[in-house]
Design a binder for this molecule. Structure first.
Ligand code: COA
Length: 303
């Protein structure tokens, strides 16, 4: 069985596990994996891999219809029988909207989603950077770094929600722009409640003009012990009137220094293929593209 996992989604995506030997990773995953169905998930484990569909409780409550996500943990293939079992669960649970993803290099999975009615939403580069020893970056005169507390979100609310035109939600007419902006604000609020998350800001004349929201590690099932400590940049934005002055790069550099000071030597981020400005910003901060994946959706129809 283990050879089925040698180039699984995580290895292919590299986001979490690039430096962990696959045998160790999947052994740990399989040991902690519970197959079966319940209200929130249907999980299949057989000698071809692991196939799971999970209800996205937060998204479902927020948008007012039931949303679930399909994940495959093997060498990036799913057959019709497994797929039908997941879809049947979704229908039984009245799920009306499914999401999933595929690495662009995995043409058979890309084709499988297309043949089964999935629509492409967005494609993203996966970026990684090994953080070298560094000092705190120099801040231009009149600017200063700060960190944002849970009760200070209003400082970024007026530009945060409207900044993320490249998300998979924006790509889908099922969601209104207004609701997506509210979603980002609500998401940031929740984000700050978790201790591993942090938002650093850049301030200028008492005004917050940019922020970077990042995590110190990603809790992925019980596998944390198999992962090297790493950071993940979730969202970064600069007020429109301050863009193009290298402040985005400065925020990324500061984020790297905070991670490095916490003993973390590796950081990841995803950037939409269309967001060429953001990609340049990350590249100026020495991030490198190591993979590309697409996000898909399927609106389920009931007869
Ligand atoms: C992405 C973003 C944070 C960049 O901030 P910024 O302060 O303008 O970026 P910088 O000035 O540090 O940019 C560094 C490089 O990226 C380029 N760049 C950044 N944003 C750009 C844009 N919108 N269009 C074209 N180029 C852009 C700059 O030209 C510069 O490259 P160069 O020196 O080779 O010309 C900002 O544009 C933004 O808030 N965008 C909306 C939110 C977003 O898309 N976030 C990223 C996804 S989470």
């Amino acid at each position: 069985m283990m050879e089925n996992f040698q180039c699984g989604r995580w290895i292919a995506d590299g986001q979490y596990m690039r430096d962990v030997p696959p045998e160790k990773l999947y052994q740990g995953f399989i040991e902690t994996f519970t197959p079966g169905s319940n209200e929130n998930a249907c999980r299949i484990l057989d000698d071809t891999g692991i196939y799971a569909i999970t209800k996205q409780n937060w998204d479902s409550t927020f948008f007012g219809f039931d949303i679930a996500r399909i994940e495959i943990y093997n060498n990036g293939t799913i057959n019709k029988a497994h797929f039908d079992a997941l879809i049947q669960w979704a229908k039984d649970k009245n799920i009306s909207y499914l999401t999933t993803r595929a690495s662009l290099a995995n043409t058979s999975l890309v084709n499988f989603w297309a043949e089964n009615g999935f629509k492409l939403l967005t494609s993203k580069y996966m970026l990684r950077h090994a953080i070298a020893a560094m000092n705190s970056p120099e801040v231009p005169e009149g600017f200063e770094f700060a960190s944002l507390g849970p009760y200070e979100l209003n400082e970024i609310m007026d530009f945060a929600g409207s900044s993320f035109g490249h998300s998979r939600f924006m790509a889908d007419p099922a969601f209104t722009r207004k609701r997506i902006e509210e979603m980002y604000n609500s998401w940031l609020n929740n984000f700050l409640l978790a201790p591993e998350n942090k938002i650093i800001t850049l301030r200028h004349k008492q005004q917050t003009i940019g922020f970077c929201a990042f995590s110190k590690s990603i809790a992925l099932y019980k596998l944390q012990h198999t992962m090297p400590p790493h950071g993940f940049v979730s969202l970064i934005a600069v007020r429109p009137e301050f863009r193009g002055k290298n402040l985005g790069v400065l925020l990324l550099e500061k984020t790297k220094q905070v991670l490095k000071d916490a003993g973390i030597n590796l950081v990841f981020a995803n950037v939409d293929l269309m967001n060429t400005g953001s990609l340049r910003m990350f590249q100026h901060s020495a991030y490198q593209v190591f993979n590309t994946f697409s996000e898909y959706k399927l609106a389920l129809k009931y007869k």
